[in-house]
Design a protein around this ligand. Sequence first.
Ligand SMILES: Cc1cc2nc3c(=O)[nH]c(=O)nc-3n(C[C@H](O)[C@H](O)[C@H](O)COP(=O)(O)O)c2cc1C
Length: 199
Amino acid sequence: MAPLIGLITCSQRTPRAGPQVSSFIHKTILQSYPTADISTVDLAEWNLPMYNEPGIPAYITSSDQYVHEHTKAWSREIARYDAFIFVTPQYNWGYPASIKNAIDYLFFEWKEKPALIVSYGGHGGGKAAAQLRQVMEGIRMKPLERMVALTFPGVENATKAVKGEDLGLDSEEGFWAGEREGIREAFGELVSATEGKNE
Ligand SMILES: Cc1cc2nc3c(=O)[nH]c(=O)nc-3n(C[C@H](O)[C@H](O)[C@H](O)COP(=O)(O)O)c2cc1C
Protein backbone atom coordinates (compact mmCIF):
# COMPACT_ATOMS: atom_id res chain seq x y z
CA MET A 1 0.00 0.00 0.00
CA ALA A 2 1.30 3.48 -0.85
CA PRO A 3 2.18 5.51 2.25
CA LEU A 4 -0.19 8.33 3.12
CA ILE A 5 1.66 11.62 2.82
CA GLY A 6 0.54 14.89 4.43
CA LEU A 7 1.50 17.92 2.34
CA ILE A 8 1.54 20.76 4.86
CA THR A 9 1.06 24.33 3.65
CA CYS A 10 2.87 26.16 6.44
CA SER A 11 1.96 29.81 5.83
CA GLN A 12 -1.46 31.13 6.79
CA ARG A 13 -1.60 34.82 6.02
CA THR A 14 -3.99 36.47 3.52
CA PRO A 15 -3.01 36.75 0.72
CA ARG A 16 -0.20 34.21 0.37
CA ALA A 17 1.76 32.17 -2.14
CA GLY A 18 1.72 28.98 -0.05
CA PRO A 19 -1.24 27.14 -1.65
CA GLN A 20 0.07 27.54 -5.20
CA VAL A 21 3.53 26.36 -4.12
CA SER A 22 1.96 23.30 -2.45
CA SER A 23 -0.16 22.67 -5.54
CA PHE A 24 2.94 22.88 -7.76
CA ILE A 25 4.71 20.32 -5.56
CA HIS A 26 1.65 18.05 -5.52
CA LYS A 27 1.13 18.12 -9.31
CA THR A 28 4.84 17.68 -9.99
CA ILE A 29 4.91 14.53 -7.86
CA LEU A 30 1.73 13.10 -9.44
CA GLN A 31 3.27 13.42 -12.92
CA SER A 32 5.80 10.73 -11.98
CA TYR A 33 3.90 8.97 -9.17
CA PRO A 34 0.24 8.96 -10.32
CA THR A 35 -0.81 6.63 -7.51
CA ALA A 36 0.88 8.63 -4.75
CA ASP A 37 -1.48 9.11 -1.80
CA ILE A 38 -1.04 12.77 -0.85
CA SER A 39 -3.46 14.96 1.14
CA THR A 40 -3.04 18.67 1.63
CA VAL A 41 -3.03 19.98 5.19
CA ASP A 42 -3.52 23.75 5.06
CA LEU A 43 -2.64 25.50 8.31
CA ALA A 44 -4.86 28.44 7.33
CA GLU A 45 -7.86 26.11 7.31
CA TRP A 46 -6.87 24.67 10.68
CA ASN A 47 -6.22 28.16 12.09
CA LEU A 48 -5.10 26.76 15.44
CA PRO A 49 -5.01 29.20 18.36
CA MET A 50 -1.64 29.86 19.92
CA TYR A 51 -0.64 26.80 21.94
CA ASN A 52 -3.04 26.55 24.86
CA GLU A 53 -2.93 22.97 26.12
CA PRO A 54 -2.09 22.77 29.84
CA GLY A 55 0.33 19.87 29.45
CA ILE A 56 3.45 18.81 27.61
CA PRO A 57 2.65 16.87 24.42
CA ALA A 58 5.70 14.61 24.79
CA TYR A 59 3.82 12.85 27.65
CA ILE A 60 0.64 12.26 25.61
CA THR A 61 0.09 8.86 24.02
CA SER A 62 -3.38 9.16 22.46
CA SER A 63 -5.50 11.90 20.85
CA ASP A 64 -8.15 11.60 23.60
CA GLN A 65 -5.70 12.76 26.27
CA TYR A 66 -5.60 16.34 25.07
CA VAL A 67 -7.88 18.87 26.77
CA HIS A 68 -9.08 20.96 23.84
CA GLU A 69 -11.23 19.74 20.96
CA HIS A 70 -9.08 21.58 18.40
CA THR A 71 -6.02 19.68 19.67
CA LYS A 72 -7.81 16.33 19.55
CA ALA A 73 -8.85 16.99 15.96
CA TRP A 74 -5.37 18.19 14.95
CA SER A 75 -3.86 15.12 16.64
CA ARG A 76 -6.15 12.72 14.77
CA GLU A 77 -5.32 14.47 11.49
CA ILE A 78 -1.55 14.26 11.87
CA ALA A 79 -1.56 10.76 13.40
CA ARG A 80 -3.04 9.30 10.20
CA TYR A 81 -0.07 10.18 7.98
CA ASP A 82 3.00 8.04 7.38
CA ALA A 83 5.22 10.93 6.29
CA PHE A 84 5.08 14.63 5.50
CA ILE A 85 6.11 17.27 3.03
CA PHE A 86 6.43 20.66 4.75
CA VAL A 87 6.05 23.54 2.29
CA THR A 88 7.33 26.57 4.14
CA PRO A 89 8.22 30.14 3.25
CA GLN A 90 11.03 32.02 4.95
CA TYR A 91 9.96 34.87 7.21
CA ASN A 92 12.76 37.05 8.56
CA TRP A 93 15.40 34.33 8.32
CA GLY A 94 13.19 31.72 9.97
CA TYR A 95 10.04 29.67 9.37
CA PRO A 96 6.60 31.20 10.11
CA ALA A 97 5.21 31.03 13.63
CA SER A 98 2.19 29.15 12.26
CA ILE A 99 4.17 25.97 11.65
CA LYS A 100 6.04 26.08 14.96
CA ASN A 101 2.69 26.46 16.73
CA ALA A 102 1.16 23.57 14.78
CA ILE A 103 4.15 21.36 15.53
CA ASP A 104 4.25 22.20 19.24
CA TYR A 105 0.68 20.99 19.84
CA LEU A 106 1.68 17.37 19.21
CA PHE A 107 4.49 14.89 19.71
CA PHE A 108 3.71 11.17 19.28
CA GLU A 109 1.87 11.98 16.05
CA TRP A 110 5.12 13.31 14.50
CA LYS A 111 7.59 10.92 16.11
CA GLU A 112 9.62 8.58 13.87
CA LYS A 113 7.95 9.89 10.72
CA PRO A 114 10.03 10.94 7.70
CA ALA A 115 9.68 14.47 6.37
CA LEU A 116 10.76 16.37 3.28
CA ILE A 117 11.26 20.11 3.73
CA VAL A 118 10.42 22.33 0.76
CA SER A 119 11.27 25.98 1.39
CA TYR A 120 10.65 29.04 -0.75
CA GLY A 121 11.64 32.67 -0.71
CA GLY A 122 13.73 35.34 -2.35
CA HIS A 123 16.80 33.15 -1.82
CA GLY A 124 15.19 29.72 -1.48
CA GLY A 125 14.35 29.94 2.20
CA GLY A 126 17.34 27.87 3.30
CA LYS A 127 17.53 29.47 6.73
CA ALA A 128 13.89 28.57 7.44
CA ALA A 129 14.54 25.02 6.24
CA ALA A 130 17.60 24.59 8.47
CA GLN A 131 15.72 25.82 11.53
CA LEU A 132 12.70 23.66 10.80
CA ARG A 133 14.97 20.68 10.40
CA GLN A 134 16.47 21.24 13.85
CA VAL A 135 12.98 21.37 15.41
CA MET A 136 12.05 18.15 13.62
CA GLU A 137 15.04 16.44 15.12
CA GLY A 138 13.88 17.63 18.55
CA ILE A 139 10.51 15.91 18.12
CA ARG A 140 12.24 12.76 16.84
CA MET A 141 11.05 13.10 13.26
CA LYS A 142 13.23 11.84 10.44
CA PRO A 143 13.84 14.80 8.11
CA LEU A 144 15.47 13.81 4.85
CA GLU A 145 19.01 15.01 4.33
CA ARG A 146 17.85 16.20 0.94
CA MET A 147 15.71 19.34 0.87
CA VAL A 148 14.11 21.41 -1.89
CA ALA A 149 14.78 25.17 -1.94
CA LEU A 150 12.72 27.25 -4.37
CA THR A 151 13.77 30.81 -5.24
CA PHE A 152 11.44 33.48 -6.63
CA PRO A 153 13.47 34.90 -9.51
CA GLY A 154 13.63 38.70 -9.57
CA VAL A 155 11.83 41.41 -7.71
CA GLU A 156 8.77 41.16 -9.97
CA ASN A 157 8.05 37.55 -9.02
CA ALA A 158 8.90 38.11 -5.36
CA THR A 159 6.39 40.98 -5.36
CA LYS A 160 3.75 38.78 -6.99
CA ALA A 161 4.37 36.11 -4.35
CA VAL A 162 3.86 38.54 -1.46
CA LYS A 163 0.55 39.58 -3.02
CA GLY A 164 -0.53 35.98 -3.58
CA GLU A 165 -0.78 36.58 -7.35
CA ASP A 166 -0.62 33.76 -9.87
CA LEU A 167 3.02 32.79 -10.45
CA GLY A 168 2.29 30.54 -13.45
CA LEU A 169 4.00 27.60 -11.75
CA ASP A 170 1.95 24.93 -13.53
CA SER A 171 3.11 26.01 -16.98
CA GLU A 172 5.79 23.91 -18.66
CA GLU A 173 7.77 27.14 -18.99
CA GLY A 174 7.13 28.19 -15.38
CA PHE A 175 10.20 29.51 -13.57
CA TRP A 176 10.49 26.39 -11.41
CA ALA A 177 10.15 23.90 -14.27
CA GLY A 178 13.81 23.00 -13.82
CA GLU A 179 13.13 22.04 -10.20
CA ARG A 180 10.62 19.33 -11.05
CA GLU A 181 13.10 16.52 -11.41
CA GLY A 182 14.71 17.25 -8.05
CA ILE A 183 11.28 17.38 -6.41
CA ARG A 184 10.38 13.97 -7.81
CA GLU A 185 13.69 12.48 -6.71
CA ALA A 186 13.21 13.90 -3.23
CA PHE A 187 9.70 12.40 -3.12
CA GLY A 188 11.17 9.02 -4.10
CA GLU A 189 13.54 9.29 -1.14
CA LEU A 190 10.63 10.17 1.15
CA VAL A 191 8.69 7.10 0.08
CA SER A 192 11.79 4.92 0.56
CA ALA A 193 12.18 6.33 4.06
CA THR A 194 8.68 5.07 4.95
CA GLU A 195 9.37 1.55 3.76
CA GLY A 196 8.85 -1.08 6.37
CA LYS A 197 6.26 1.04 8.19
CA ASN A 198 3.25 -0.10 6.14
CA GLU A 199 3.92 -3.82 6.03
C1 LIG B 1 6.82 38.57 7.40
C2 LIG B 1 7.61 38.24 6.16
C3 LIG B 1 8.97 38.08 6.24
C4 LIG B 1 9.71 37.71 5.10
N1 LIG B 1 11.05 37.44 5.22
C5 LIG B 1 11.72 36.92 4.19
C6 LIG B 1 13.06 36.46 4.33
O1 LIG B 1 13.65 36.48 5.39
N2 LIG B 1 13.67 35.94 3.24
C7 LIG B 1 13.05 35.85 2.03
O2 LIG B 1 13.66 35.36 1.07
N3 LIG B 1 11.78 36.26 1.87
C8 LIG B 1 11.11 36.79 2.91
N4 LIG B 1 9.80 37.17 2.76
C9 LIG B 1 9.18 37.06 1.43
C10 LIG B 1 8.48 35.72 1.30
O3 LIG B 1 9.37 34.72 0.85
C11 LIG B 1 7.33 35.82 0.30
O4 LIG B 1 6.51 36.92 0.68
C12 LIG B 1 6.44 34.59 0.28
O5 LIG B 1 5.37 34.84 -0.60
C13 LIG B 1 5.91 34.27 1.68
O6 LIG B 1 5.14 33.08 1.65
P1 LIG B 1 3.53 33.14 1.79
O7 LIG B 1 3.07 34.04 0.66
O8 LIG B 1 3.09 31.74 1.62
O9 LIG B 1 3.23 33.75 3.12
C14 LIG B 1 9.05 37.55 3.87
C15 LIG B 1 7.67 37.74 3.79
C16 LIG B 1 6.95 38.07 4.92
C17 LIG B 1 5.44 38.20 4.82
